[in-house]
Write a protein that binds this ligand. Sequence first.
Ligand code: ATR
Length: 280
Amino acid sequence: MDRYAVVGQPVEHSRSPYIHTYFAIQTQQQIEYGRLAPHIDQFEECVKDFFNSGGKGLNITLPFKERAYLLAQQLSSRAKIAHAANTLWIEEGRICADNTDGLGLIADFNYLNIPIKNKSVLILGAGGAVRGVLGPLLEHSPAEIFIANRTAKKAIELIEDFQTDSNPGNAKVHAGLITDPRLSRSFDVIINATSAAIKGEALVFPQHLFSSHSYAYDMSYRAGLTPFLEQAAMHKAAHYYDGLGMLIEQAAESFRIWRHCRPKTDELRVLLRQQLNNNS
Ligand code: ATR
């Protein structure tokens, strides 16, 4: 049976085995999908051992996405731009890498009818999560993207890494502090890509970012509203969504790379939402 796994540290709470097993049953394919949690120094060895022993594909999660990108022998343009990979597979003996996080975000935006073209987009955070989604967002021709971060230098370095040829609509791309005076207005789409909630920390940001037509999107998710979405709701954002759909859609893109067919995601969205709410 073809073997797949998710590699991360920690990885015991990962939903990827459930999601990919669900996709395999839906598309009538025989796969086995496990979890690997190598010691922090042994990521590369673990990946090589997995493929040397006949494994077909890996999902990579925190904190190894950048090391997966460095380890791969063949990179998709998305992984190159992101400097991070979440999907590995073998082709003609070479480790290949892609980054499906951005595709996952875009697929979820399409599902949720969140517009990007000609819109002003604000992203809070400037870490690996943002590197994965900036290229695909730019491909959809927003009018403007502002990357606002607690540490301005990191946001500025991030936008410097993005090439002009990954910005077909010539969106204005700015970066600065989360308290930057240029943020004294509202945006059409505000995305939280910080890890503040995961670490149980407060996320402080200007409250007038939301208007009665704004979409608020949190890349993280949990039962009920995330702290960021609670603030969006309180400040009367028109729509607010968490990142459970992005998780499912990025997995569907990985599955498509490995198995050459894209599974349907509608029912799984309902199932995972129920599970999340039941386990809270
Ligand atoms: P990821 O791969 O999930 O993006 P990361 O690379 O560690 O993780 O980046 C986390 C992001 O969340 C960073 O932009 C970080 O800000 P700094 O660059 O200043 O560290 C941001 N972040 C984490 N905790 C935060 C908090 N409490 N308030 C604001 N931003 C926070």
